[in-house]
Design a protein around this ligand. Structure first.
Ligand code: B12
Ligand code: SF4
Length: 409
């Protein structure tokens, strides 16, 4: 049977350099499909959806809230042809109730070991409206190597340079940060994959540059150290979310090919200054992740903060606006206080103000968001900073003989 799996497009952040990374959820899901299912994958961010495609069953993988409305439109078009549609992925879980009105079936939770039943039900004409596995995690050992062969890989390049491939070594997160939905999605229990499976998957990826999408690598120091030791012989270069602030861990991370980290910059404290310096001391670049719109933020605070960001020499920065995604503490607080002003999910892309800030007007916060992007990239534009980051990885690759010049065909 023919299964068409679609990843809907979404609007990228204003001011951010435009590029597309290969999606991860769909390729991990596709690895769990029953053997008799033929799958074709379309990432609408890089190629159009063929609404006349020959498909027996359609799956739509929705990661971001900002993909929902497009996902529902796509579902409606296939359902109008009498083709059944199932929705899955992170935003499907976060907006489960609403999604049910737009599909024949919704799948909630992690897919490993569960798709056999879904496809049996489909073939027998008894597809369920909801497959709810939230909180019921499959054994982590059942997570296999993602099926990257379904990707149209040529579409993922920036000016002829191949983009990173996505991979994960663990699920869950032991932290519970204010704006984050991961506690609801993957649970607070840290669930590392077995090292041999991770190494096998890393070795199978025909791309030296990776994005390890684990929520935060700083979950368990011993695990982190072992993971990096296992990775050293592979000579991959990678970016990731935060790494533990510890000499031995940072040293091993650098040896294992750490290229840059996405590090949340909460404030302008010496703690943050030192944290960034220590990454730099180990040759690891930092893309700061800066969240604007918290209740103590004023125009003046943000301007002073910006001076600090320039002073600590972040390699890159991504500015986002606090967004009350469902199943976060942010949502509960702002919703209970009646401060959510916009519930159009297309605007939930972290670049638009959708709530009433405490110490600014929404317009001022929106203006400060643009101020930050413009000010940070004023002296060294984003393309230039990106080039410097690329140069860093190329230098590392040249040093260990893994550099491959990539030229656009
Ligand atoms: C990778 C990632 C990205 C990548 C995505 C690359 C790409 N091409 O898709 C990038 C860096 C681009 C990205 C961007 C953003 N992200 Co992001 N991202 C993630 C991250 C870290 C991992 C997602 C992932 O791959 N998980 C692992 C896979 C294997 O899990 P999965 O997708 O759930 O798939 C499983 C199941 O859901 C199921 N499944 C999946 N699809 C389907 C389909 C069907 C039919 C079925 C049956 C099953 C099924 O099978 C899979 C295997 O079990 C998550 C956090 C997290 N840990 O989940 C945040 C997360 C998804 N991102 C988030 C946010 C906020 C953003 C941004 C909006 C803001 C920001 N700067 O972070 C931006 C986008 C800004 C913009 N407008 O452009 C939020 C989601 C908020 C929301 N509700 O929209 C998350 C949850 C993080 C958080 N802090 O809360 N992100
Ligand atoms: S923001 Fe990162 S560290 Fe914090 S709870 Fe979410 S995934 Fe975990």
């Amino acid at each position: 049977m023919n299964f068409l799996l679609i990843y809907p497009k979404w609007e990228k952040l204003d001011r951010q350099t435009r590029f597309n990374l290969p999606p991860h959820g769909p390729v991990v899901m596709a690895a769990s499909l029953p053997a008799d299912v033929e799958v074709k994958f379309i990432d609408e961010n890089v190629e159009p959806v063929d609404f006349e495609a020959d498909a027996d069953f359609v799956g739509i993988s929705i990661m971001l809230s900002a993909q929902l409305r497009r996902g529902w439109e796509i579902a409606a078009a296939f359902r109008a042809r009498g083709i059944k549609v199932i929705l899955g992925g992170i935003a499907t879980m976060l907006h489960a109730q609403e999604c049910q009105a737009h599909a024949d079936s919704v799948f909630l939770g992690e897919a490993e070991g569960r798709l056999g039943r879904v496809f049996d039900d489909f073939k027998a004409g008894r597809l369920q409206q909801v497959y709810d596995f939230m909180g019921d995690m499959p054994p982590i050992e059942t997570v296999g190597t993602a099926r990257r062969s379904i990707l149209n890989r040529e579409m993922y390049n920036y000016r002829g340079i191949q983009m990173v491939d996505l991979v994960h070594a663990s699920r869950g997160c032991r932290f519970n940060c204010y704006p984050c939905a991961v506690r609801f999605l993957g649970g607070r229990k840290f669930r590392p994959r077995p090292f041999d499976k991770v190494v096998e998957e890393l070795a199978s990826i025909d791309n030296n540059r990776l994005f390890i999408v684990d929520n935060s690598l700083a979950q368990d120091k011993e695990w982190e150290k072992q993971l990096f030791r296992e990775m050293i012989p592979l000579k991959k270069k990678w970016c990731a979310h935060p790494i533990e602030d510890d000499d031995e861990v940072l040293d091993l991370a650098a040896q294992a090919g750490a290229w840059f980290v996405y590090q949340t910059i909460f404030d302008s404290s010496n703690h943050i200054r030192d944290r960034i310096k220590r990454y730099h001391d180990y040759g690891i670049a930092v893309e700061g992740s800066i969240l604007l719109g918290l209740d103590y933020h004023t125009e003046d605070y943000i301007k002073r903060w910006m001076d600090f960001l320039l002073e600590i020499e972040l390699d890159m920065a991504e500015f986002t606006i606090l967004t009350p995604f469902p199943h976060t503490k942010t949502y509960d607080d702002l919703n209970n206080a009646g401060r959510i002003s916009n519930r159009d999910w297309n605007d939930y892309n972290c670049g638009k103000v959708v709530f009433q800030p405490a110490l600014m007007t929404p317009e001022k916060l929106q203006q400060m968001y643009y101020y930050c992007w413009d000010r940070f990239y004023e002296e060294e534009p984003a393309n230039y900073k990106m080039f410097k980051m690329l140069k860093k990885v190329m230098d590392k690759e040249k040093a260990d003989g893994t550099y491959k010049p990539r030229v656009r065909a």
